[in-house]
Design a protein around this ligand. Structure first.
Ligand SMILES: Cc1cc2nc3c(=O)[nH]c(=O)nc-3n(C[C@H](O)[C@H](O)[C@H](O)COP(=O)(O)O)c2cc1C
Length: 193
């Protein structure tokens, strides 16, 4: 399988970087082809601009967006790795959806409404959150805020058929043993591909 990892964390010393490295290693060990799009390292521009709209309207696609779309076209599986920031996605991930999941590439509209266009069977989303799960549990529906915008708002909306989403809570108070367990679980998810 062709596995495309879309990675959105700026800090090489982060746990997210460890997650990304684990995913790459596990996928390669299983004989999958892997490509990583490390959005901060690539200095991916997350700002959907007026110039982008002008170019879309003239029938072409900005070169940096086309590059990312070609990676998606190549892939069988998308794996997104990013931390929860402000009960949401880091702006670079938001901007990735804004610009790369463009009209005519990821979705279109007809008389019946939106239509997903990505021929992707599976996406896996891995997040870390600083706040412990119990705090989210005590705040009604807050866990859905972390998952639905990406799962339903972007991936299912764009035609992805199945999404596995894991949030590892309380990462800032987790022990090395907790983290080791999380990486083992992630390894198993990737080995299940
Ligand atoms: C800008 C920013 C915003 C954050 N917002 C949240 C938040 O809304 N909810 C939460 O649980 N943690 C939040 N955190 C904590 C991060 O989720 C946490 O530090 C991260 O998941 C730890 O993983 P890392 O070591 O890979 O960065 C935030 C952190 C930063 C830097």
């Amino acid at each position: 399988m062709k596995v495309l990892v879309i990675y959105g964390h700026p800090n090489p010393a982060s746990f997210n970087n460890g997650i990304k490295e684990t995913i790459v290693k596990s996928a390669e060990n299983k004989g999958h082809e892997v490509q990583v799009r490390d959005l901060y390292a690539l200095k991916f521009n997350p700002i959907l601009s007026g110039a982008d709209f002008t170019e879309f309207q003239s029938g072409s696609i900005p070169a940096d967006i086309k590059t990312e779309q070609d990676f998606i076209t190549w892939a069988d599986v998308l794996v997104l790795v990013y931390p929860i920031w402000w009960i949401s996605r880091p702006a670079i991930i938001q901007g990735y959806f804004d610009r790369v999941f463009s009209y005519g590439f990821a979705f279109s509209y007809d008389q019946n409404g939106p239509k997903g266009l990505l021929p992707i069977d599976k996406a896996i989303v891995i997040n870390t959150a600083g706040t412990p799960e119990g705090v989210y549990d005590a705040w009604q529906n807050s866990k859905e805020l972390l998952t639905r915008p990406t799962d339903e708002g972007a991936l299912y909306f764009s035609g992805v058929k199945s999404v596995t989403h894991k949030v590892y809570y309380g990462i800032n108070v987790s022990t090395p043993e907790d983290r080791e367990g999380y990486l083992k679980e992630i390894e198993a998810i990737i080995e299940g591909l």
